[in-house]
Design a protein around this ligand. Structure first.
Ligand code: FES
Ligand SMILES: [Fe+2]
Length: 326
């Protein structure tokens, strides 16, 4: 499955401390833990001895200890101690099932398949020191990861779902915009929206120009630059990455990584704006049926205003994505 060859976010890095942490990815139970050097590890959450959940255990001297019979596993996955047989040296086959893990964008990322190398989804704003980075979430949502990405790319819901914030009923027309294919998905540019409250610093309604990029099958980035006269902060602009953990085909965990030209506002002020917007999206997202995104374009209706989402569906189909779609 191609999804297993990709990196997926599974937890906030700051939530993985001394205790093992249970997460789910692509319907697999996974335990996350940190060794003595604080390096994150992701393993199958199932002890190879009798199948107990390793996430119920603890970390002892940089080793993961199973809650059931206390077997200890080194960072490599190798069992190094069987307390019931103190003089026994476990053979190489006494090993936990390990996956690749790494920390980036303030999140822990996991890749289930060892067979292919893949890059993390790009977030160009990350390297821009003039932008402050901040994560919002997690949000658990009862829908598939592709439905979430498609909603993130969708502008024609602004005047209804985000009325008074990102849109208004008096200005719902979507001007033609440009969509081009990229190696990771698509780039939509010249996306324009008339927004009463475009961002946390808006002081007047504004015509805002967006660009959207699909950076991974389950990830996207938007960048918006409001007219300077409509914000209270000089040179305000923002990029927002949506990172999604496909937990099951119909449930997802989402984080937003904000990169904003604002080093003054408290974290909560920036998070509250994003939270307000996403809480408006969530009930509609969870109401969509089917929860998986239909890739057969005949299954739902499309207009020219939806061309970014139609391109996204075609991209997932061409890639051979099967998880979270139908
Ligand atoms: S089930 Fe893990 S040590 Fe026995
Ligand atoms: Fe929305």
């Amino acid at each position: 499955m191609i999804e297993e060859t990709l990196w997926h976010p599974v937890a906030l890095a700051c939530d993985l401390t001394q205790q093992p942490l249970a997460v789910q990815l692509l319907a697999h139970d996974i335990v996350l833990w940190r060794d003595a050097a604080a390096v994150p590890h992701a393993w199958a959450d199932q002890c190879p001895h009798r199948g107990a959940k390793l996430s119920l255990g603890r970390v002892e001297n940089g080793k993961l200890e199973c809650p059931y019979h206390g077997w200890q596993f080194a960072a490599s996955g190798q069992c190094v101690k069987v307390p019931a047989l103190p003089s026994f040296t476990p053979p190489a086959a006494h090993c936990a099932r390990t996956y690749a893990a790494q920390e980036a964008y303030g999140l822990i990322w996991v890749k289930l398949s060892a067979s292919e190398s893949a890059a993390l989804p790009a977030f160009a704003a990350e390297a821009d020191e003039r932008l402050r980075k901040l994560n919002c979430g997690p949000y658990d949502v009862a829908t598939s990861a592709p439905r979430l990405v498609e909603n993130f790319l969708d502008m024609s819901h602004f005047g209804f779902v985000h009325e008074g914030w990102l849109g208004m009923r008096a200005a719902t027309a979507i001007e033609d915009y440009k969509v081009e294919a990229t190696p990771t998905g698509l780039l939509a540019t010249h996306c324009k929206a008339w927004q009463p409250q475009s961002n946390v610093h808006s002081i007047a309604p504004a015509q805002v120009e967006y660009s959207y990029e699909v950076t991974a099958p389950y990830g996207a980035v938007l960048t918006k630059v409001p007219d300077a006269a409509t914000v209270s902060v000089d040179g305000y602009r923002e990029s927002i990455a949506m990172f999604i953990c496909p937990i099951t085909a119909q449930t997802s965990r989402v984080w937003f990584r904000l990169a904003v030209a604002d080093f003054e506002s408290p974290d909560d002020k920036l998070r509250d704006f994003q939270h307000t917007i996403f809480m408006q999206d969530k009930p509609v997202l969870e109401s969509q049926r089917p929860q998986r995104l239909p890739l057969d374009l005949r299954a739902e209706l499309h207009t020219a205003a939806d061309k970014a989402s139609s391109a996204y569906r075609r991209h997932l189909k061409n890639l051979g994505i099967t998880f979270g779609v139908c």
